[in-house]
Design a protein around this ligand. Structure first.
Ligand code: F6R
Ligand code: MG
Ligand code: MG
Length: 364
């Protein structure tokens, strides 16, 4: 069995919150290379999307393995030291606890892990978001694994025809439910359509029970109790055979659907699919980006990556995203560009509400 672990954090931006300084990636590269030589990791790939550092790792130790989580934490701490020396912006911002206590979950960084029996050929897509939240993968995961207009394989391929089950987490009450597509899609969509509260954690093939996808559901604001930066989630998706084809997995991103995040983590904006060379959001700190790196696993080796959205067939999506961005920006500080009030709870809203509390008067 091979475990694919993607663990990510924003430990300092260059310049502002827009991108990653190469010294941080070089530091992470050194740390993970040492762990690979010592035998903890089979392979790894260090990369970034915007100001977030992503550690994509393979190993044989299963999910939630302390030494792997510790490696990620220690790597982020080392990178924070480098970020502090360079006075990069927001050095160490996602490291919310002072000391590592055995598991990266609840400590700030986002993580998605899946233990798999590697197939004779194992194509995997790693999606990385910036300037957006956990839950943003709900819509594309639904489309990939439950919508026959996106994935014709659900209709015409025997291996997919039994459908998929979705493990959905309630990120506020810390509980989960598993719902089956296609029979329960109306129940499923009640939850998935509210991604700030409910997030797809895992998707399973109902024909074989195999895991098909896993996403990070860690919400920084809920851990910290205030706004400390956006979650910028990661999602792992297996492809081909018993799973959607690569083109079916990527297809939901051909429309720049609206996600929460963007400037100050407090706005709705279009999610723009880009190649790595364009994963550096600057317009109003955005618009939010998503990168898709494709790998073939070979006995745990990460053969790749292929930069899947670095393709002219997404040019019109990017163009449309820019148009939507203009349109939403026009609304300035008004909803629905600005997030609804309950999401503002984690920003300056409580401070302002407290300051003005005494100035409210009863109606005549
Ligand atoms: C959004 C993001 C940025 C910052 C903004 C203000 O996820 O990271 O939009 O929120 O640049 O940053 P601070 O408050 O650090 O000055
Ligand atoms: Mg940042
Ligand atoms: Mg970020």
């Amino acid at each position: 069995m091979i475990t694919l672990s993607a663990i990510k954090a924003d430990v300092g931006g260059f310049v502002g919150h827009s991108a990653m300084h190469p010294d941080l990636e070089a530091t992470a590269q050194e740390e993970l290379e040492r762990a690979r030589q010592q035998g903890l990791l089979v392979d790894f790939h260090v990369t970034h999307c915007g100001d977030d550092l992503f550690l994509i790792m393979t190993h044989e130790h299963g999910e939630n393995f302390e030494a792997v989580h510790r490696l990620a934490w220690d790597t982020f701490v080392k990178c924070t030291e480098v970020a502090k020396k360079l006075k990069l912006y927001g050095a160490g911002q996602d490291l919310l606890t002072d000391a590592f206590s055995g598991n990266i979950r609840g400590a700030g960084p986002g993580s998605a892990e899946m233990e798999i029996e590697e197939r004779p050929s194992e194509p995997v897509i790693v999606f990385m978001g910036d300037k957006t939240s956990a839950g943003s993968f709900n819509l594309p995961l639904y489309k990939m694994f439950a919508d026959p207009f996106t994935t014709p394989g659900l209709v015409i391929a025997e291996s997919l025809h039994q459908g998929f089950s979705f493990e959905v987490q309630d990120v506020v009450e810390h509980k989960k439910i598993t719902l089956n597509a296609p029979e329960e899609i109306y129940d499923l969509l009640i939850f998935l359509g509210a991604p700030s509260r409910y997030a797809v954690k895992r998707v399973f093939s109902r024909a074989t029970g195999e895991i098909g996808a896993c996403s990070s559901t860690d919400r920084l604001s809920l851990i910290a109790g205030r706004y400390v930066g956006k979650d910028d989630p990661v999602c792992l998706v297996r492809s081909q055979g018993n799973f959607p084809a690569v083109g079916e997995v990527l297809e939901p991103f051909s429309v720049p659907f609206i996600v929460e995040g963007w400037m100050r983590g407090s706005h709705h904006g279009p999610w723009m699919p880009v190649g790595l060379k364009d994963a550096h959001p600057t317009r109003f700190d955005g618009p939010p980006r998503v990168v898709a790196l494709g790998f073939q696993l070979a006995n745990g080796k990460l053969v790749g990556p292929r930069d899947m959205f670095d393709d002219p067939s997404y040019d019109h999506t990017r163009q449309k995203a820019n148009e939507i961005a203009d349109y939403l920006r026009w609304h300035g500080p008004f909803e629905p560009h600005r997030l609804p009030l309950d999401e503002m709870e984690y920003t300056t809203m409580p401070v302002i509400a407290k300051k003005l509390a005494k100035r409210w008067e009863p109606l005549d």
